[in-house]
Design a protein around this ligand. Structure first.
Ligand code: 89Y
Length: 346
């Protein structure tokens, strides 16, 4: 099968790892890079062996005509650069969070639909090995339809060291981490009917946005009560699990626990079975981010399969629009101290 020729937009922390993940998967070769700082793009291209460097994205698209673009810029670049791809009818994978507002996300999805061009979001949390094991166990029906679930991601890890731009976001933890947890919750329990959210800003002025959030959602046909707790508050915690999400799910036939150290524990009236969903270790991954960076591999595989026409991807732009609606509904709830209902949902 012919390898795809693709271009990356962006030359930051995640672009470097994502390129390594593409190489791990194979079947697609990065032939060009765009970054608004040419100097940064050149250094990146030199280090990673990318033949062509551009500081003008439209010129890149015209001259290189890549089979697709992987847009790994910061959120400010997501809308303009994705829309540029749509105008050139070049399929695009956009980094999460897709957009800085629901209106922007809708405009992006609509532009690709009009151009009849594939559009995806690189959303890898649902591909983390323990989260996938949770999704698969729920879909097997072993514990029945869950009535309640809890996702917890409370970490003292210094996420700003590698990603200083996160300090400047006026909307921080829900757009950075919340999108991941909400997307995974959608994969586990179905679409949200209502959300109630409270946030805190405990690290001002160094970190501008909210860095603590607690959500209660009603999700899916059974209106499963889903509680999501997240914090990057530099709180000393005895067991640091970054970047793992811990979970506890209750159903009529049993419960599932995702424990620190990638453990899965499923308890039914037959007893408890447990196993480890440890992710593979890739030499190119930063050991502190192993779980999350390893999950880029199955995420990319899924997107590549869709680009090849082998089947639909899980994280299309249209699907991720529901994650965006939910994320910004959570902000609206926090702003109003009120429950926000989501319309037109399954
Ligand atoms: O940016 C975030 C992501 O996508 O995964 C973890 C992270 O690096 C910090 O929250």
């Amino acid at each position: 099968m012919k390898d795809f020729r693709f271009a990356i937009f962006g030359a930051g922390f995640w672009a470097r790892v994502q390129l390594a993940a593409w190489r791990e998967v194979g079947g697609a070769e990065c032939v060009a890079i765009y970054n608004r700082s040419r100097e940064r793009a050149e250094a990146f291209a030199r280090d990673l062996g990318i033949p062509a460097v551009y500081d003008d994205p439209a010129k890149l698209l015209r001259e290189v005509q890549p089979d697709f673009v992987d847009n790994i810029t910061e959120v400010g670049g997501h809308k303009p650069l994705s829309l540029l791809c749509a105008r050139h009818r070049i399929p695009c994978i956009c980094q999460k969070p897709m957009a800085a507002s629901v209106a922007d996300a809708r405009a992006m999805v609509a532009a690709f639909a009009r151009a009849r061009t594939p559009f995806f979001v690189h959303e890898n949390w649902r591909w983390q090995s323990p989260m996938r094991a949770l999704i698969d166990t729920l879909r097997s029906g072993e514990i029945g339809t869950p009535f309640r679930a809890r996702f917890t991601m409370i970490s003292g890890f210094d996420v700003w060291a590698n990603q200083p731009a996160l300090r400047e976001l006026k909307q921080f933890i829900l757009t950075d981490l919340g999108v991941h947890l909400l997307d995974t919750a959608r994969a586990c329990f179905g679409e949200a009917h209502a959300v109630c959210c409270q946030t805190h800003r405990t690290l001002r002025p160094g970190v501008k946005g909210e860095n603590v959030a607690t959500l209660l959602l009603a999700m899916g046909p059974a209106r499963t009560s889903v509680v999501i707790e997240m914090a990057y508050a530099k709180t000393p915690v005895e067991r640091e699990c970054f970047p793992q999400t811990l979970a506890f799910v209750e159903g009529p036939l049993g419960s599932i626990e995702v424990t620190s150290g990638f453990g899965l524990r499923v308890t039914t009236n037959k007893g408890t079975r447990h196993w480890s969903a440890r992710p593979p270790r890739f030499a190119w991954a930063d050991p502190r981010y192993d779980l999350s960076q390893a999950s880029m591999v199955p995420c990319i595989r899924d997107l590549l399969g869709a680009l090849r026409g082998e089947g639909p991807a899980e994280t299309t732009g249209a699907d991720n629009l529901k994650t965006m609606e939910l994320t910004y509904a959570a902000y609206a709830s926090a702003a109003k101290s009120a429950v926000v209902r989501l319309k037109h949902r399954r």
